[in-house]
Design a protein around this ligand. Structure first.
Ligand code: IYR
Length: 235
């Protein structure tokens, strides 16, 4: 790197640098990889029926490690992945989630347009899958950091950062043939207490993780075409 130029980089005066070590591919390799990765990811679906077949803890840990490579605001890595395998805690999560969802679905807490939006997904207040999966990961967003003396460290773009990490986690699981679902029981505050998290942490999403049931089905849903999601700048 060139010598530090304080005019151009007024806030950059510390830090060490190493050569970037990302992969290099020929254009042909890139095309091949792009096509096969797209195919792999296009086969991903949110799964609501799981097998109780055990999943080695290391596999879920590997997915968490991959998610932890996500970019984050000011590299603050504002995420905690709480990994739950013991049946009692999974059962407590299930019961609490079902209680909230029961109120949503049966007692009119879900606005009508929301009900209409999810009608074709085949969801209901019962969350059987939370009682079947070998693992549940609850991803928490650290809204702010806490340093050793308990004072707050501002986290920039925490929500965006955790959203990116969540996406990478889903990709990592799918890449190893594991299924998951971005489950957001609403409201989710019960998870902070149930899992003994601190008040700076906000539950972001619940991921049931396992192999899909052999007879798992998913709703027939199309994806938007490339033409629908890509655009040019408008004058
Ligand atoms: N949280 C509810 C409802 C629900 C909401 C959305 I947005 C979905 O994409 C699916 C379901 C539930 O988990 O059933």
């Amino acid at each position: 790197m060139a010598e530090h130029d304080p005019d151009a980089y007024p806030y950059t005066d510390v830090g060490e640098y190493v050569p970037y070590a990302g992969p290099h591919f020929s254009e042909a390799e890139s095309r091949e990889r792009a096509a096969s990765f797209y195919q792999l990811m296009d086969s991903r679906r949110s799964v609501r029926q799981y097998s109780n077949r055990p999943v080695p803890r290391e596999l879920v840990e590997a997915a968490i490690a991959t998610a932890g490579t996500a970019p984050s605001g000011a590299h603050q890595q504002p995420w905690t992945f709480v990994l739950i395998g013991d049946p009692e805690t999974k059962q407590l999560i299930r019961e609490a989630a079902e209680e909230e969802e029961r109120t949503n679905y049966l007692e009119g807490r879900m606005p009508e347009d929301w009900q209409r939006a999810i009608a074709r997904l085949g969801t209901g207040w019962r969350k059987d899958y939370l009682g079947v999966v070998p693992w549940i990961v609850v991803l928490f967003e650290q809204r702010f950091g806490l340093d050793d003396d308990g004072s707050r460290i501002k986290h920039d773009y925490a929500k965006e950062s955790v959203g990116i990490a969540a996406g990478m986690f889903i990709v990592a699981l799918h890449n190893m043939g594991l299924a998951t679902l971005t489950h957001t029981p609403s409201p989710m505050a019960f998870l902070t207490k149930l899992l003994g998290r601190q008040s700076n942490e906000r539950p972001f999403v619940v991921f049931p993780i396992g192999y899909p049931a052999e007879d798992a089905v998913v709703p027939v849903l199309g994806r938007k075409s490339l033409e629908e999601i890509i655009s040019e700048p408008r004058p």
